[in-house]
Design a protein around this ligand. Structure first.
Ligand SMILES: [Cu+2]
Length: 474
C-alpha cells in the first residue's frame, strides 16, 4: 500500500476507492510514481491509479473544436503522450485592422489548447523563448504538488532559452486551463493563457455531437499602439474568444437536432463574463471543479464565467437560424471603446458643429444619437482613427451593420448540413422577419389609438407616487 501514502489527500480515501485503486494500480511499473486520489468533486470515469493506453482521437474520444484557436499536436512514446509548448513573443491579429505583439503559447495569443484523455500520462516540454523567466501552471488539475507550475513555490522559474519538462498522469476529466504563473499580471496580460481539455476515459452517456471550447481573454491595447499594456488593472478594451474579436470570431456551425456542448474558460485579469445565447436556453453541466449532477443543473440563457474558472453548457440545437452568442457586459462587445468622452446624447449637432467648426474646421459631432454608427463610419473610411486600431468597430451583417465587437460570435444552426464550414447567413423564411407596418394594418389594429399606446405623459402621471389627490373624495 506504499503508493497510497504519496499524497496528502489520500488520507481521505474512502475504503471503496482504496480498493479500486489497489486493484487497478498493482499491475505495472509506471514512469513516474502513479498517484491515487480521493475522488473529490473532480470527475473520474475509471479508477486511479490505473494503466490506460494513450487515448486516440476519434476512437477513444471525439475531439473538441477550438474555433479560431490552435490545438497542440502530440506524439506517443512508450505509452506517454508528449506535447511541446513554445513560449514566445509574436504578432497576433485580433481582427483585420488590429495586430499587436503578444506573448503566447505556440504562436497563438490566448487561443492554444491541449487535448488529452483521462488516464493518459502526459509529458509536456516547455521551451521559453522570452527574455523573461516563466513557468506553466496546470489550472484545476489534480497532480503532484511539484508539477503545479508556480514559479518560486513548486519550482524555480524556467530561465530564458531553456527547455523544461513536466510530466504527470491525468486522473480526472473536464475542461481545465494552463497559464504562466510567474509575473502573472504581465505574462497573462500579454497572452500566456490556454485551454486543456481532458476527455473522460469511459465514454459518457448521450455525448454532445458538437463540442466547442472557447477561452475568454481581455487586453488593454491603446488605439494606435502595438503592445498590450500589462500594467492595466481595470480598464480593458479588447475582449477575445480564442484570441479573436467579432467579426473575426468563427461561427459555431451546428446541424439541427444535434446536442451541443460549449466549454467556456476565463483567464482574464479582472472581468467576469455573462455569456448569453439567443434563441435557446442551456444547462451548466460542468465547471473546472467537476461534473454537476443532473439534479443540480438548471436552465439559463446566460452563464456567468467568472475569472479563473471554466463553465461548460449543453443544449439541443432544435431551432434553425443565426443566433447571436455574446457577453452581456456590454462594453465587452465593444472593440476599443472610447469612454471618458463628453456625453452629447440629445445634443443638436448642427448648432454645436457650426460653433466648433469656427475653431476646428472639419469637426463632425458624433454620439448625439448614441454610438451605433461609429464603427460603420470607421469601416467605410470616412472617420479617421489611429492606424492599427478598431475603435467600436463591428462587422457587416446580412441586413445591415452589426455594431458589436469583442466577445460575440454566431451559432449557426442549419437543417441537414453535411459540412461544418461557414454556411453563410440564414435566410429568414417569408413572414418570419419584422418589416415596416402598412397603413392598412395600422388602421385595422388601431395603432396610435391612446387606448393601446397612451402618451408618455399619461403613463408617467398614472405612475406618480403618491397618486394625484382625488379632491372629490374629501
Ligand atoms: Cu464580458
Amino acid at each position: 500500500m506504499t503508493h497510497l501514502t504519496a499524497h496528502p489527500t489520500q488520507a481521505s480515501l474512502s475504503r471503496r476507492h482504496a480498493t479500486g485503486a489497489l486493484l487497478a494500480g498493482s499491475v505495472v511499473a509506471p514512469l513516474l510514481p502513479k498517484l491515487a486520489y480521493a475522488k473529490g468533486s473532480h470527475a473520474t470515469s475509471v479508477p486511479h491509479p490505473g494503466t490506460y493506453a494513450p487515448g486516440r482521437p476519434g476512437v477513444d474520444y471525439q475531439p473538441t473544436e477550438i474555433p479560431n484557436g490552435y490545438k497542440l499536436p502530440f506524439i506517443v512514446r512508450d505509452g506517454v503522450k508528449i506535447f511541446e509548448i513554445v513560449i514566445d513573443e509574436f504578432d497576433h491579429e485580433f481582427m483585420p485592422g488590429l495586430t499587436a505583439r503578444v506573448w503566447g503559447f505556440n504562436g497563438v495569443g490566448a487561443g492554444a489548447a491541449i487535448e488529452a484523455v483521462e488516464g493518459d500520462q502526459v509529458r509536456i516540454y516547455v521551451t521559453n523563448k522570452l527574455r523573461a523567466p516563466t513557468s506553466v501552471h496546470w489550472h484545476g488539475f489534480i497532480l503532484p504538488s511539484g508539477m503545479d507550475g508556480v514559479g518560486g513555490l513548486s519550482q524555480p522559474n524556467i530561465p530564458p532559452g531553456e527547455t523544461w519538462v513536466y510530466e504527470f498522469p491525468l486522473v480526472q476529466y473536464g475542461t481545465q486551463m494552463f497559464h504562466a504563473h510567474h509575473d502573472e499580471m504581465a505574462q497573462m496580460g500579454l497572452g500566456l493563457t490556454g485551454l486543456f481539455i481532458i476527455h473522460p476515459r469511459r465514454r459518457q452517456p448521450n455525448p454532445a455531437a458538437r463540442d466547442f471550447a472557447i477561452l475568454l481573454h481581455e487586453w488593454k491595447i491603446i488605439p494606435g499602439s502595438r503592445r498590450p499594456d500589462p500594467n492595466e488593472m481595470t480598464d480593458f478594451n479588447i475582449f477575445t474568444m480564442n484570441g479573436k474579436v467579432f467579426p473575426a470570431t468563427a461561427p459555431l456551425v451546428v446541424r439541427t437536432g444535434q446536442k451541443v456542448r460549449i466549454r467556456f474558460g476565463n483567464l482574464g485579469m479582472q472581468n467576469h463574463h455573462p455569456m448569453h445565447i439567443h434563441g435557446y436556453s442551456w444547462k451548466i453541466v460542468e465547471t473546472d471543479g467537476g461534473v454537476i449532477p443532473p439534479a443540480g443543473q438548471w436552465p439559463e440563457t446566460t452563464v456567468l464565467v467568472p475569472v479563473g474558472t471554466t463553465r461548460t453548457v449543453e443544449f439541443d440545437a432544435d431551432y434553425v437560424g443565426d443566433w447571436s452568442m455574446h457577453c452581456h457586459m456590454l462594453h465587452h462587445i465593444m472593440n476599443q471603446m472610447g469612454h471618458g468622452l463628453p456625453n452629447v446624447i440629445g445634443v443638436d449637432p448642427a448648432q454645436l458643429e457650426a460653433r466648433v467648426k469656427d475653431l476646428i474646421p472639419g469637426t463632425m459631432v458624433m454620439g448625439t444619437t448614441g454610438m451605433g454608427d461609429h464603427g460603420q463610419h470607421v469601416t467605410s473610411g470616412h472617420m479617421p482613427v489611429p492606424e492599427n486600431s478598431v475603435p467600436m468597430v463591428g462587422g457587416e451583417g446580412p441586413r445591415g451593420y452589426i455594431p458589436m465587437g469583442g466577445l460575440m460570435t454566431i451559432v449557426k444552426v442549419r437543417d441537414g448540413i453535411t459540412s461544418y464550414g461557414d454556411p453563410g447567413w440564414y435566410e429568414n423564411p417569408p413572414g418570419t422577419e419584422p418589416r415596416a407596418a402598412t397603413p392598412t394594418e395600422i388602421a385595422r389594429d388601431g395603432i396610435g389609438n391612446p387606448s393601446i399606446a397612451p402618451s408618455a405623459k399619461t403613463v408617467a402621471k398614472a405612475n406618480t407616487f403618491p397618486p394625484p389627490m382625488n379632491h372629490q373624495g374629501h
